[in-house]
Design a protein around this ligand. Sequence first.
Ligand code: BYC
Length: 477
Amino acid sequence: MTDTPVSKIDYTEKIPNNIDLATDRRLQRALESWQPDFLDWWRDLGPEVFGQDEVYLRTATAVGRDGWAHFDYVRMPEYRWGIFLAEPEPGRVISHGEHAGQPVWQQVPGEYRSDLRRLIVVQGDTEPASVEQQRHLGRTAPSLYDLRNLFQVNVEEGRHLWAMVYLLHGYFGRDGRAEADLLLQRNSGDLDSPRILGAFNERTPDWLAFFMFTYFTDRDGKFQLGTLKESAFDPLARTCTFMLREEAHHMFVGTTGVQRVLERTAALMVEHDTEDVYPHGGIPLDLIQRYLNFHFAVSMDLFGSELSTNAANYFSSGLKGRWNETRRADDHRLLDAVAARETVRDGRLAVDEVPALSALNLDLRNEYVADCARGVKRWNQALAAAGLPHRLTLPHDGFCRRVGGYSSAHITPAGQLVDAASWDRGQQHWLPTPEDRLRVAELMRPVYEPGRFAGWIAPPPTGINNQPVDFEYVRIT
Ligand code: BYC
């Protein structure tokens, strides 16, 4: 394995990279033999239909902070998926855990091999899963602008898969190669061979679900990558640092997507003086809230249990840090620290004190919830700007959970513990109903004329890469 990366990305290679792949023949051969399987998977389970169409896409050309991307028309199967790591940080030392202060590792220590592999596999599994979940959405895009954003997200999730496969092939030998093959064999929603984490087996059937997914579920990606970026295993840290740069656009798609839906809904509510905007071609606010509740809850499950010895071990051994680890003003070891955890006790919600080291999934989840709340605040400003008193809210952390301490109880969005009968009665008000799904599906008609937008969503204020909003973002042949 070479440890001397170059910052410029070499596009003359079969697999573009900035890791000097040509000097490591074994790794190069391994990756080149995986590449056709990836392309087969992309053809079979990647975006439907659009193989010959030209899409105005961003491709990474360097890994520095500025000017790292190039925009041009690309046929998606010809997209240059590659392996890009952020620049090495000279003298970087481990930021947390029992090895804090020691130099970071360029190779995988034997004792952490299986834990590290597990983390990389779980991360890698989510990337192709999301592409599979979004496979059909191109048929019903509300505009060429949105269609292009969907494809940008898809090709970059494909690249993030490459990022994890590079680590598996480069550092985990034969079992790493076997895991890389399995990443293409498990599929979202497959009964026999599902994706590893729950949210990645849910459907993303329509564009409202897509925007909620990119807001809530991609945001789990942002926070998990933020902890892996602190890893003592430097190749993983540098890989995740660069992935986070691409991830920012995915956050943008979710935040602005929901915002534009809301703006349109608000405009229709004001224009027709009614909450029932569906007959006027809009998505009603209460339905948007139910989608929000669902996507928030399944994304909260992605953080695992509030108390987790896995999480404690990952932290102590240096494999996974905390969000903003280096900016935290504590000892970065947490041996005596405590944290507050809400739990269900004797039929009530109660807060207790737990060892901080065991509560690291909760620590990350709390950071995530605070970040989610910022978006909701922004969306509510759109409602306020339209002169409406209505507001969206994040449900309680315990709402509709299948993982962790809340999963044994029924908790309403407002945070009330209820019995099974009340839960069953309430569900139709709190979670998308079959009728909601049908109504949204009815509105999902493709609009593929430059500058035109479906009636349920407002146009964005600006285009991509300084192009006008009515730019031909996808040339459909
Ligand atoms: N569904 O000790 P616990 C992204 C399993 S998203 C099913 O509480 P731990 C992206 C768990 O694996 C970011 N199973 O969990 C977004 C464990 O199983 P084992 C993805 C679940 O280990 C959008 C057992 O339950 N990256 O990038 O502390 C588009 C006990 O659990 C679930 C990562 O997640 C679930 N929801 O924490 C594209 C980072 N939750 O080991 C991309 C890497 C838990 O006993 N992963 N389980 O068989 C991790 O750090 C941890 O594995 C987790 C779980 C945070 C996921």
